[in-house]
Structures are given as C-alpha cells and as structure tokens.
Design a protein around this ligand. Structure first.
Ligand code: 4BW
Length: 148
C-alpha cells in the first residue's frame, strides 16, 4: 500500500464505518444467561456487547463462554442458565475505540478481535466496528486507487 493510499485510509474515522448502537444486538449485565443465549442464537452472532442499565459498555459475551460455563462432567447443565447472570461471566478485558479514532487504529485492533466496541469519553456505548466494515473500506480504497 502506498503512502498516498495510507493517508486516505487514515482520514477515515471509526465513526464513519461503525454499526450504530441501535442496530447492534446486545445483552444487559443483569440478564439471566438463558436470555443471553437466546439473543445470541436468535441474532446468529457468536458474541455481542454487554451493556449496563444506563447503556454504558461493560464487556462482551459469546456463545462459547456460556456453553463452557454450563458444561458438567457428562452433560450440559441447562438448568444453570436461569440461575446465573451475565455479570458473572462477562469478558471485561476488551479493547475499545472512540468514534474519532482512525480506520488504521481499527484495523490494528481487529487483528485479534472480530469486532471492537466504540464508546464515548464517558464509556457510553456508540456502536461496533467489525472486520467486515474495515475490509469493505480497504477494498474500496484499493480499487479506487488502482483505477485512477
Ligand atoms: O446476521 C448476520 N448478517 C450478516 N449480514 N452477516 C453475518 C451475520 N452473522 C454473521 N455474519 C457474518 C459476518 O460477515 O459472519 C461473520 C462472523 O460473525 P460473528 O462475529 O462470528 O457472529 C460476520 O463478520 P462481521 O460482520 O465482521 O462481524 C464480526 C462480529 O461482530 C460478529 C459478531 O460477533 C459481531 N457483530 C456484527 N454485527 C453485529 C454484531 N454483534 C451484534 N449486532 C450486530 N449487528
């Protein structure tokens, strides 16, 4: 990628590429795991953001961690799903970006995660940046710069 192409990519912000919060499936920190698994299965996503009651970001939760949690010695103990809540197993060790961050910041972060949560300076959830959105933009820049 040339320096000129890099500069164009750097000018694009995370805010321009993110999926806004109202279109993102999420679970709340006080939801029972039963509800969280229902959201994950129904939405079709492997993992989704976890928010508190004021819509601040708490972390992420995926199907695998829920299934691991209810895995007994010989069977899945599905009865645990209604006893446990999201806050008991939410993954809080995640990177975040602001809307003002550049596409390149997003690209670096997405190497290790399928999506990155976007928050404002007070921690309120703004949306997510996905690998799909970054790849689509990089593809667009590639073709634009190679046909001019
Ligand atoms: O329902 C889907 N619709 C579409 N159009 N594509 C989907 C759907 N479900 C999965 N996909 C595709 C996407 O290309 O499979 C990829 C992996 O999905 P994932 O991780 O393992 O569920 C998707 O790649 P992506 O768009 O780059 O999204 C990366 C991850 O971001 C997803 C999911 O964990 C999260 N995500 C994406 N859109 C979301 C969302 N989480 C909540 N709400 C959304 N709207």
């Amino acid at each position: 990628m040339s320096v000129i192409q890099d500069e164009k990519l750097t000018a694009i912000t995370v805010g321009e590429l993110m999926i806004p919060s109202e279109k993102v499936a999420h679970v709340q920190v006080n939801n029972p795991l039963e509800h969280a698994l229902l959201v994950l299965v129904k939405s079709g996503y492997s993992a989704v953001p976890v928010l508190d009651a004021s819509y601040k970001l708490v972390g992420t939760l995926g199907k695998t961690i829920i299934l691991n949690q209810i895995l007994g010695l010989e069977r899945f103990e599905f009865e645990k799903l209604s006893d446990m809540r999201v806050h008991e197993i939410v993954n809080t060790d995640i990177p975040c970006l602001s809307k003002e961050a550049s596409l390149l910041d997003g690209l670096h972060a997405l190497i290790n995660y399928p999506f990155i949560c976007v928050t404002d300076s007070d921690g309120y959830f703004d949306g997510i940046l996905t690998r799909r959105a970054i790849l689509k933009q990089v593809r667009k820049n590639f073709y634009t710069n190679n046909t001019n």
